[in-house]
Design a protein around this ligand. Sequence first.
Ligand code: VGL
Ligand code: ZN
Length: 206
Amino acid sequence: MKNTALLIVDVQNDFLAGGALEVKYGDSVIPIINKIQDKFDLIIATQDWHTYDHKSFASQHKNNNIGDFVNLKGIKQILWPDHCVENTFGSEIALNLNQSKIEKVIQKGNNPNIDSYSGFFENDKKTKTELDDYLKDKEIETVYICGLATDYCVKFTANDAKSLGYKTYLIEDACKGVNISTADSELAIDEMKDNGVVIVKSNSIN
Ligand code: VGL
Ligand code: ZN
């Protein structure tokens, strides 16, 4: 597809079965993503890439537990188990994901003081990753988004893509959510739809 990129969000061991922040049925997106890759001329992956002492980890807050909310520099932050620590097995992109066509990996979340769910911006919406400039340089106008997790990094990436002016598609069956509350993925999809993200199924991509 012309001027179109596939963004594969955070398909990393820690979000898969047995991982530190396991997404239920997360592994099921891998064969779907592998199958659709032929349709795209540009494929980019994002990689959650935290320091061992990242402030989104409950372990870094003496008086808090996983799932608690804290304030990080004025931004509401839910606390996660330690996950996707840079240069560990958990942060590696899944071996079963076909990576031969991935031209660029965008790492995010490396500043210990702020989380970065989106592949485009840190959670303060100020500090940009390389992704927008990279896409603009390649004259990309349309992005298709898939991966993990629907209710966090996929949603933030899709909403930012749309707000940066890309025609944005979410490949619904190629995403799975954390679902701390059972409806979180559905709510995330509704929110993306309300922002103008077009929701599609993998078998409808030509
Ligand atoms: C993610 C929670 C924490 C994600 C990353 O990839 O959706 N979720 N870090
Ligand atoms: Zn993370």
